[in-house]
Design a protein around this ligand. Structure first.
Ligand code: HEC
Ligand code: HEC
Ligand code: HEC
Ligand code: HEC
Length: 156
């Protein structure tokens, strides 16, 4: 499984390398500033949808993660640069999969600084007083209303 995954990732890299000239040309034609486009998209919360139940959907805000370097999360170059969907490579959507190619591990790998769960858990362990709201499955798996209330509480 791992081998196939690495092979796919390598393939994606090769494709990205060969596709570059035509990408540059099409960017000129449409005259869109890619940096501005990325900036605009980052202001909007991203809803990461669950394959199991909408109750497990998670809202991710780039704005609350400005202290984290982009490449911590966007750690590998995909088909169109670094800022591609995680699921371009982490394609295995099996819930609770232990495989590195799964979206579940991309978001929950325990000993990784780049997974949501891994980073939050480390922060809560290192500075429990600062991150009382990082417990168990929170603040990711909660309703938007509950999350807003928790954030207001944490700011007091
Ligand atoms: C720091 C953020 C974060 C924490 C903490 C977290 N998760 Fe998640 N979880 C996510 C993200 C992002 C997704 C992707 C969206 C989705 O699939 O629902 C997800 C999805 C899931 C899914 C659905 C997988 C699928 O295929 O749809 C399950 C099950 C899950 N998490 C269980 C848990 C459990 C149990 C805990 C607590 C022990 C937990 N998570 C803690 C971020 C987190
Ligand atoms: C804490 C982790 C994290 C950090 C830090 C982060 N991102 Fe993201 N970013 C994500 C996740 C998760 C997504 C949603 C990916 C998906 O849909 O699978 C995303 C999506 C994006 C997208 C949209 C990709 C698409 O699907 O079209 C862009 C553009 C982007 N990020 C740029 C950036 C830039 C630029 C930075 C640094 C200034 C940054 N990100 C920092 C986690 C992060
Ligand atoms: C272009 C392919 C690619 C993209 C896009 C990608 N990854 Fe990965 N990811 C990999 C590969 C290959 C590995 C295994 C090798 C390694 O750890 O670097 C991996 C490993 C991981 C791991 C370690 C998992 C474990 O079990 O230890 C985490 C966490 C992770 N990625 C999170 C993410 C997140 C979050 C995103 C999106 C913001 C993302 N990845 C986007 C290719 C990618
Ligand atoms: C490398 C560390 C790191 C990673 C990886 C990371 N986070 Fe965070 N997260 C933070 C920091 C720092 C904060 C801001 C501190 C606070 O809210 O007290 C934060 C805050 C949050 C909050 C509360 C604020 C809000 O936006 O509602 C949520 C929810 C959250 N993260 C979800 C996620 C999800 C989902 C992922 C994975 C896609 C993720 N985080 C990945 C460090 C990280």
């Amino acid at each position: 499984m791992k081998k196939i995954f690495l092979l796919l990732a390598a393939l994606a890299l090769c494709m990205a390398a060969t596709a570059q000239p035509s990408n540059a040309a099409s960017a000129k034609e449409t005259a869109v500033d890619p940096v501005r486009e990325i900036g605009k998209r980052m202001n909007d919360p991203i809803v990461l949808k669950s394959s199991v139940s909408p109750l497990l959907n998670v809202t991710f805000n780039h704005n609350t993660h400005r202290s984290v370097p982009c490449r911590t999360c966007h750690h590998e170059e995909g088909s169109n640069g670094y800022y591609v969907s995680c699921s371009e490579c982490h394609q295995n959507t099996e819930p609770r999969s232990q495989d590195v190619d799964s979206t579940f591990q991309a978001f929950h790998a325990k000993d990784s600084d780049r997974s949501c769960y891994g980073c939050h858990t480390k922060m809560a362990e290192a500075r429990p007083a600062d991150f009382p709201h990082f417990t168990n499955c929170r603040p990711c798996h909660m309703s938007n209303e509950a999350r807003a209330a928790a954030r207001a509480e944490a700011r007091k």
